[in-house]
Design a protein around this ligand. Sequence first.
Ligand code: CA
Length: 225
Amino acid sequence: MRILIVEDERSIADFIERGLRSEGYSVTCVGDGEAAEAEALTGDFGLVLLDVLLPKKNGLEVLRSIRAEEPELPVILLTARGEVEQKVEGLDLGANDYMVKPFSFEELMARVRAQLRRPEQREAAGLEVGDLKLDFRTREVERGGKGVRLTTREFELLAYLMRHPNQVLSRSQILNAVWGYDYDPGTNVLEVYIGYLRRKLESAEGPVPIETVRSAGYRLVAPRG
Ligand code: CA
């Protein structure tokens, strides 16, 4: 699945690009409206993330051309706070959804998944790694068949680790995904929450296999086989 990112603010484009790549999507980034229109109409993309205020050609004009030629292509608008009129006009022009900046990567992913969801490839209702089980509909978590109560943030952190078993995830990757891109880089909130998860998920089978990978990040180890 290829996603087109249209965003002229480099830091935001980088943030989205890194996040989508780590989720396994192929990504193309462009920074102005003319390039956006040319790329979007190639038919190579399954989704467009489209900033509204762009050099050369405004995002709403780009959206109009996309709708004329590719009526089914999902488009999520990226708007700045206060751009209410553009947002309304964008939805009238056929945008599928919109995000107001700043947003966290998890918020964006939820919208992206909702747009990409097809009846035949619905997102799994839950995740299972070793003796850990997580259910997105009921928000319940089990270890070795026993229920564990987690707060919303703990649940999101565990879900993120479980989506990437055996992969070393850097602190910044995890903070971006679970806390959003405006976190304080000196924060120890991640260490604190990893501690909560380890404590809550410890069971008769032993400690939960969340490894600290020194000077790299964390990794949830899945049993082989
Ligand atoms: Ca812009």
